[in-house]
Design a protein around this ligand. Structure first.
Ligand SMILES: O=C(O)CCC(=O)C(=O)O
Length: 255
């Protein structure tokens, strides 16, 4: 397959399943640089950081003062942290993929995701079932994130789970809790979640997923920190709503 036709097949899979894994998306030399920058950034603990204790997801320390309370969950504003992160936020491979998906020029948001996600053994929390649209306020619910695995990601170290086709499912508001997590205590929701799958990612693989795809992630039961770089994009015709967090920072134009 030519790169264009394989990209088209990936986009069709995203439209159909709500996510698609693209193996070997990041070349090895770039992956090495990303990993070096990721570890240096975690060691430096430079702001802005988000801590597990701030989110209080299941398994997280209850406060910053508790054991493990200083465990970092996200190194925010990856785009502004290091040139190699910025390069991957706007990489031609990402831009071309997103332009082909949206059919127009593309922007990257700096208000959410735009982060280096870390998942630590012991104090790294699990993330319950949700749609990322909970983070966003746009004219249309059509945004796509790219998740770059800097190391191996599998069930044991807290990999993502997805429900195929869930981006096209319609749910009444009461299927979600007040924080917009998909309620796993409901039998009808449990039936939906039965179809979930957790694709194993090799270092350098990417997952593209739609903002309405139900996903979750487990705890990290390995003994090493898991690093992933995550950015979110939308087409130019789909503007963030004025006065919301989604419009609170200038976006990055990919062309
Ligand atoms: O790695 C995880 O725990 C999942 C993160 C996630 O789904 C999110 O931040 O929206």
């Amino acid at each position: 397959m030519t790169p264009q036709s394989s990209r088209q097949a990936q986009i069709e899979q995203l439209r159909d399943k709500g996510y698609v894994v693209v193996p070997g998306f990041v070349p090895l030399d770039e992956l090495t640089q990303l990993n070096q920058a990721a570890r240096a950034q975690l060691t430096a603990r430079a702001d802005p950081l988000e801590f597990e204790a701030d989110l209080r997801y299941p398994g997280a320390p209850l406060s910053r003062a508790a054991a493990g309370g200083e465990t970092v969950r996200r190194l925010l504003d990856a785009y502004g942290r290091d040139p190699v992160f910025a390069r991957w936020g706007t990489a031609p491979a990402v831009r071309d993929w997103m332009q082909a998906y949206f059919g127009e020029s593309v922007l990257m948001s700096r208000t959410h995701h735009n982060c280096l996600m870390t998942k630590h053994p012991l104090y790294g929390s699990l993330t319950a079932w949700h749609r990322d649209i909970r983070y966003w306020s746009f004219e249309r619910e059509d945004l796509v994130s790219v998740w770059l695995a800097l190391g191996e990601e599998q069930i044991d170290n807290g990999a993502l789970w997805f429900v195929p086709g869930s981006h096209r499912m319609e749910f009444d508001a009461d299927r979600f809790d007040p924080a917009k997590f998909f309620r796993s205590d409901r039998a009808d929701n449990a039936e939906v979640l039965r179809a979930a799958d957790s694709p194993r990612l090799a270092p350098g693989d990417a997952v593209f997923f739609h903002c309405n795809t139900l996903h979750s992630a487990g705890k990290n039961r390995s003994n090493t920190v898991k690093f992933s770089l995550v950015y979110t994009y939308h087409g130019r015709s789909n503007a963030p709503k004025a006065g919301t967090r989604s419009s609170s920072k200038p976006e990055v134009e990919l062309g």
